[in-house]
Design a binder for this molecule. Structure first.
Ligand code: PXG
Length: 466
């Protein structure tokens, strides 16, 4: 039993309280009443421990955020020291703090191209909401107030606030509460496995998929389109890596129609793809006008997000825009900024991006290529420290499981039982391990995923699905 764990009676009481009083994000409360949640109590490196003392490899880096791993003293000390020195001050009304000022300088120095300004938010959703308000404000200042429409992609995830959820292309989210808001449009995702034509090459599919954007801009009228928003690799949508050439073609289309290009780097930024920003990966290789970020900037130790702004929009806002009527109490929170500064320092001084590029990503993708030989799994995909597998009922005939088989959820639970965290997106199984994972830790993650696949298959057989 871990020293951080409550004793069994206290644990039962905590879990009962959680089920009765805690409304969880993206969780069906009926399921929680059937089976209490797993309580995670401690983390160290790539490992977490639950309240029963089980050691689990955190192959999702929390929720795509804990790139540097759990339990780091430097990040905890940065927070502690700043909370003692100045726990809070704001950045509204002509004030700032040393930590916000330093982080603004560091982030804009790291950012690609001419991104020399940053707006701080509390996370990725508020970063995207801020971005929406910024690009619409930009077009107002350009004398084109009709350019209000933002185009994004089906199954993209951009957050849960109203604008971010509208921007996202998640059908289940749009089915609740009257979303999307007006002036948010979606095109299909560049997912060749699902949407490719027989015999179509990756290059042909890339051009056809990018062409959906040009068609939609024409349908709406370019004079109404403010921006196109994309994740370099769609994360929560199932680790969908676009084919080579797609992103470049998207950039050409945006430039042709004077549409701003936004890269949502909430997952892909800060080393997830082996580069500071996902748009710098040679497979993506674009220069967006704005970048939204969160998660990895603090390795998830404290909440922080923001929008990096290129000269075109930044100059308009800063030189001609007057007051931007927007901000959050915790924009530039000093403790969050102090932790971000410590995380950036660790990424830099410990050679974490090089580790991803030169060792970790190869090991992860080799491991997933091996797992794709399992009878239940196939179609390994991924870029940088992201990877995905499809689960098939009949791999040779590409027959999927029916939704009622709940194959993804079965596999996710089998993974937890085997001591590794994996995310299920329908019948797609995905991971995003800590960037600092060693080769042997990655091998062990893959070994445990293999065990979980065996057990999932046994369970499916027992229930008559195979
Ligand atoms: N953009 C992207 C690309 C994201 O992945 C957000 C914006 C929103 O960030 P905040 O900090 O407001 O949550 C995200 C968040 C999942 C999962 O199940 C993914 C996210 C959040 C929660 C769950 O894969 N991504």
């Amino acid at each position: 039993m871990s020293e951080a764990a409550p004793d069994p009676t206290a644990l039962a009481d905590l879990l009962a309280g959680d089920v009765a009083h805690h409304l969880h994000p993206f969780t069906d409360p009926r399921e929680l009443r059937r089976r209490a949640p797993r309580m995670i109590v401690r983390g160290e490196g790539v490992r977490i421990w639950d309240a029963q003392g089980h050691e689990i490899l955190d192959a999702m880096s929390g929720l795509w955020c804990v790139g540097l791993g759990h339990g780091r003293r430097d990040l905890a000390d940065a927070a502690h020291q700043q909370l003692r020195r100045l726990a809070y001050y704001n950045t509204f009304f002509h004030t700032t703090t040393p930590q916000a000022a330093e982080l603004a300088r560091e982030l804009t120095a790291l950012a690609p191209g001419d991104m020399d300004r940053v707006f701080f938010t509390e996370g990725g959703s508020t970063a995207n909401d801020t971005m929406v308000r910024m690009v619409r404000r930009y077009w107002e200042l350009q004398g084109q107030p009709r350019r209000r429409v933002l185009i994004a992609r089906r199954n993209g995830y951009h957050g849960s606030t109203l604008a971010a959820a509208s921007l996202g292309g998640m059908a289940d989210m749009h089915a609740q509460g009257g979303l999307p808001l007006p002036d948010f449009e979606h095109i299909e995702q560049p997912h060749q496995l699902a949407l490719g034509l027989p015999g179509e090459t990756g290059q042909e599919f890339a051009l056809r998929a990018a062409g959906w954007l040009e068609q939609r801009i024409a349908d709406i009228g370019p004079e109404r389109v403010a921006a196109f928003v994309m994740e370099p690799v769609q994360g929560a949508g199932g680790v969908i890596v676009p084919p080579a050439g797609y992103a470049r073609e998207i950039q050409r289309i945006c430039r042709r129609h004077d549409v701003l290009l936004v890269s949502d780097e909430v997952i892909c930024g800060f080393g997830r793809l082996g580069h500071w920003f996902g748009c710098q990966h040679p497979h993506i290789d674009i220069q967006p006008d704005l970048i939204t970020f969160a998660k990895g900037v603090t390795s998830g130790y404290l909440p922080l997000g923001g929008v990096l702004v290129g000269r075109r929009v930044g100059d308009a806002l800063a030189l001609h825009g007057g007051e931007f009527e927007h901000g959050f109490t915790y924009s530039g929170h000093p403790a969050c900024c102090a932790v971000a500064l410590a995380a950036l320092r660790a990424l830099r001084t410990e050679g974490v991006l090089e580790h991803v590029r030169e060792r970790a990503q190869q090991r992860l993708h080799a491991g997933f290529a091996g797992l794709a030989r399992h009878p239940l799994a196939g179609d390994a995909a991924g870029l940088g420290m992201t990877a995905a597998l499809m689960l098939w009922r009949d791999k040779a005939r590409r027959e999927p499981f029916p939704a009622e088989a709940q194959v993804g959820l079965r596999c996710r639970e089998a993974c937890f039982d085997a001591g590794v965290v994996m995310r299920a997106v329908g019948s797609r199984m995905i991971v995003a391990p800590p960037l600092v994972s060693t080769e042997s830790e990655i091998d062990e993650m893959c070994r445990r995923i293999g065990l979980a696949l065996d057990r999932t298959r046994d369970g499916l057989r027992a229930d008559g699905w195979l």
